[in-house]
Design a protein around this ligand. Sequence first.
Ligand code: SF4
Ligand code: SF4
Length: 332
Amino acid sequence: MFKQDLCNLCGDCLVECQWIDADRDQAIEWMRLMIAGETTPALQQCITCYSCNEICPQHANPFDLLASLQEKYRVFISEEAAFAEEAKYHFTRELTGYPQAETVMTVCAFEKTHAHLIQGELYELPRVGGKPYNCWMLFSHWGAESVQRKHVQEMVDRLALTGVDEVVCFHDDCYAVLAGLAPEFGIKVPFRPVHLAEHLVRHLQVNSHRIKPLDIDIAYQRPCASRHTPEKEHFIDELFELVGARRVERVYDRKQAMCCASIMLLLGNGDPRPYQEKNILDAKQNGARAIVCLCPMCIGNLSQVAAEHDMPLVFLGDIARMALGEIEPLHT
Ligand code: SF4
Ligand code: SF4
């Protein structure tokens, strides 16, 4: 939720945005108008990367203001289309067949779409996934954020049916919802959400005697949803250290990270390719031999441009598997 009382109209959110074209005066004026509930060109230029929520020095959540206005003015998706999409994703039957366990992994839709990434000892946990456990993040990208807010309680309740103490989130979006957004929405989460990076670190620490250091310079592709939970970022660095991967310093990393930009296609917001190219070249020019991606969607969306620049993309979980000798290390 946008915290208007914290906003001092500094304009940083829109000035530092990688996608919106506004100088300081323009940014302040647009923020003033949007706080008054009015529309501005920022609503259309925004690609919903969530970065400004992390950029705002006052923690006022400016993206949440834009998101509510994108929905109010139906900037990206009509009410009818949002309703039709919501119906497609909504699980309405009685839920059966869920495991009872202390820890489960929620794999979202990736068990169907990216089963090859969920293999080996790191994933030997009872799993849940599919429609009943949808985190609805797509709708906050799409200018229909109220649809997500409406369904997060269902997601939490269904996960809680497993009786778990911990839910390991395969996808960063699910973690962002459980650890970041649900508490903000006033939803009590009766288990501990565990980020994939934390899960990998814990497993590697227990099995540290088996690690074969990868000895490689890599760049990290930080996904959009990570903006909701920056407090877990230290697990990414701990993981790289454990597997012997050196994270190169580059422009588009950490707070300045550039998302995979493919959401531009969904929003009709232009061609993501020039941005993807800048991102890949930034990694390459700063000495990375591969880009490690936390989000499987980033891998798919960046794959063509990365291939053109001879830059391998590797899933975060796979570098842990490489270090454990489960799969072949990168030959770069
Ligand atoms: S939301 Fe934050 S960054 Fe944006 S104008 Fe307000 S205080 Fe500044
Ligand atoms: S969500 Fe991203 S694109 Fe939209 S205003 Fe914030 S920083 Fe800019």
